[in-house]
Write a protein that binds this ligand. Structure first.
Ligand SMILES: [Zn+2]
Ligand SMILES: [Zn+2]
Length: 267
């Protein structure tokens, strides 16, 4: 009896503290003026960029590959959807990929601060940019799944940046967020200095769908979310695992993507 009262009291205190923290944050939002997501200079709306930071970022726009979203240097002469040479030669396991930004110095700074310097308060802004870039992918999608980290890396980093972006997208679109469907079954080496084929080998078979995930995936259209699309090797491995487990279609949405010089030339 006494014990249950103590537990009840502890729960009430915890509730009060949580309420206090929420109220405090609301009050803080009202006092502290909103700042630019990148340079922290004052702006009029929260979760937005100032004009000069907006102009510095390489926003991806049409024309781009209808499949992987690779921006083209110039519009194709033929009307209708055009795919890049690599997509035509070897169609990826995902149906479509889109990203909000080119991965360049300005966006790299934002991504690295998000990943390593705990700038997690930027997640709503990033999710808004991704929702805009990926509107056609989110349309009709059933699930939002982040690229998972290996559990050892998750402990070291404390959060999965892809999961924060995916959760932000889910909040905006009300498409269910499934952070535990896909898992990384083994640690893979950091891919920074690897070529595309080395990356493909590095992540081959590194992802799997949890035993209870097949039911949720059967016949579903999945939006797979990551922070940066580099060569697409990780996303390809994830898409394969999701499709093997029964997903009807996998679409990829990233905050930024690497575009190598000359890569966007229509062949
Ligand atoms: Zn700024
Ligand atoms: Zn392509």
């Amino acid at each position: 009896m006494l014990r249950s009262t103590a537990v009840d009291l502890a729960a009430r205190i915890a509730g009060l503290i949580a309420f206090g923290a929420r109220a405090g944050r609301v009050a803080l939002d009202a006092i502290v003026p909103p700042v630019c997501v990148a340079c922290r200079e004052p702006v009029s709306e929260p979760h937005t960029l100032c004009g000069s930071c907006w102009a510095k970022l390489g926003w991806i726009d049409r024309p781009f590959c209808a499949r992987c979203g690779l921006p083209f240097d110039y519009a194709a002469l033929t009307p209708g959807p055009v795919e890049c040479a690599p997509c035509l030669a070897r169609p990826p396991a995902f149906a479509k990929a889109r990203a909000a930004l080119r991965y360049e110095p300005a966006s790299r700074e934002l991504v690295l601060a998000f990943k390593h310097a705990d700038r997690t308060q930027n997640a709503p802004a990033f999710a808004a940019w991704m929702a805009r870039a990926g509107a056609e992918l989110l349309d009709g999608a059933d699930l939002i799944v982040p690229v998972p980290l290996h559990w050892t890396r998750l402990i070291a980093r404390r959060f999965n940046q892809a999961a924060l972006l995916a959760r932000g997208l889910s909040k905006r679109t009300r498409i269910p967020f499934e952070p535990r469907l896909l898992m990384r079954t083994r640690r893979t080496r950091t891919q920074g200095d690897l070529t595309r084929s080395q990356r493909m080998r590095n992540v081959r078979g590194a992802f799997a769908v949890r035993a209870n995930g097949r039911l949720k995936l059967k016949g579903r259209t999945v939006v797979l979310v990551d922070d940066v699309m580099t060569t697409g090797a990780t996303l390809e491995a994830c898409a394969k695992a999701l499709r093997r487990a029964g997903a009807k279609e996998v679409r990829v949405l990233a905050l930024a993507r690497v575009v190598r010089p000359g890569e966007g030339t229509v062949g």
